[in-house]
Design a binder for this molecule. Structure first.
Ligand code: NAD
Length: 314
């Protein structure tokens, strides 16, 4: 069976591609390599069909979506959670998703798995936050663009008979991640092992999920959702603070006496404008399908720190 993975040269996408190949699927990867890397596909490049192309251009989706494609895993996006150029989020997230959906509709390809995010909830008053929490009020352009994509996909599902899954990931961590707090802390401490700058007030509390757990959750949601539009939270069972993350990274790097330089952040201790300070997802809906994360937030961060230390030493 044939599937397409957009953003397949990125962090999560490349792990997903490996998993799909191991399950026997023929995989087409579409990526413009804006944040993805060809090295992420090393070892499997001969097994995939690779389209180097930008999904902002409609013809790229047209090329990728062939009649025999069963499912499109849409993981390409501008994943920058900090304030940037709104146009980047509009074009790489919303316009690219529209182009993809239109190509799918024309080819009669009707299954899509979409990489959404916990940030669609904004500052949720209820923690852990369930999928049916409302009102959903994203506080970042990134979260807003992802919620817009979810809405569009939901509408295509009901208008054109698609089957769709939106996965609202917590912070996914693991090898090949190029951004995020774990990689950031390891890089900073490599540069200066005596001091660590911490954005915000350090009490931001969030949930972290190990990459393999996230990929397994993705496959389970896809295989078990046979009609309609379903959103699933994909996170671990707990949450930890940014200061907890710092302590884990410092310990894994074998450092002592590291001085924390806490910036204080913005708007009550957030790391940046639009940073959701408290994030913990209710994962019972996906667990009811038979999936469960193997690692909690601390374990996921510890494993990711080990991987980042190796990667940044190469
Ligand atoms: P990533 O940057 O490693 O992957 C994104 C990929 O999309 C990259 O390979 C990039 O080159 C590609 N891409 C971007 N714009 C494109 C375009 N216009 N055309 C073609 N390719 C394009 O990021 P990631 O962390 O692997 O994230 C993958 C997906 O999961 C994204 O949609 C992201 O929003 C979502 N997500 C990630 C996390 C996380 O913690 N990493 C959490 C929630 C949601």
């Amino acid at each position: 069976m044939s599937v397409v993975v957009t953003g397949g040269a990125g962090f999560i996408g490349s792990h997903l591609v490996e998993k799909l190949l191991s399950l026997g699927y023929q995989v087409t990867v579409v990526d413009n390599f804006s944040s993805g890397h060809i090295e992420n596909l090393s070892g499997i490049s001969s097994e995939i069909r690779l389209i180097r192309g930008d999904l902002r251009l409609p013809e790229v989706s047209e090329e990728a979506i062939r009649d025999e494609v069963d499912t499109v895993f849409h993981f390409a996006a501008n994943p920058e959670v900090r304030v940037g150029d709104p146009k980047e989020h509009y074009e790489n997230n919303i316009l690219a998703t529209y182009n993809l959906l239109e190509a799918m509709r024309r080819r009669d390809v009707k299954r899509i798995v979409f990489a959404s995010t916990s940030t669609v909830y904004g500052d949720a008053a209820r923690l852990p936050t369930p999928e049916d929490y409302s009102p959903m009020k994203p506080i970042s352009l990134y979260g807003a663009s992802k919620l817009a994509c979810e809405s569009m996909i939901s509408a295509y599902t009901y208008t054109y008979g698609f089957t769709a899954v939106a996965l609202r990931y917590a912070n996914v961590v693991g090898p090949r991640a190029k951004r995020g707090v774990v990689k950031d802390f390891v890089a900073k401490l490599k540069a200066n092992p005596h001091e660590l700058e911490i954005l915000g007030d350090g009490t931001q509390r969030k949930s972290y999920i190990w990459i393999d757990d996230a990929v397994e959750g993705t496959i389970t949601a896809w295989q078990k959702t046979l009609r309609g539009f379903e959103a699933y939270n994909v996170g671990s069972e707990d949450s930890i603070t940014v200061l907890d993350v710092a302590a884990i990274v410092v310990k894994e790097m074998g450092l002592t006496n590291v001085k924390y330089k806490i910036t204080g952040g913005v708007d009550g201790g957030r790391g940046w404008v639009g940073d959701v300070k408290y994030m913990h997802l209710d994962i019972r809906k996906l667990k009811a399908l038979g999936w469960a994360p193997k690692f909690n937030s601390s374990e996921a961060v510890r494993k990711a720190a080990k991987a980042a230390i190796v990667e940044l030493t190469r």
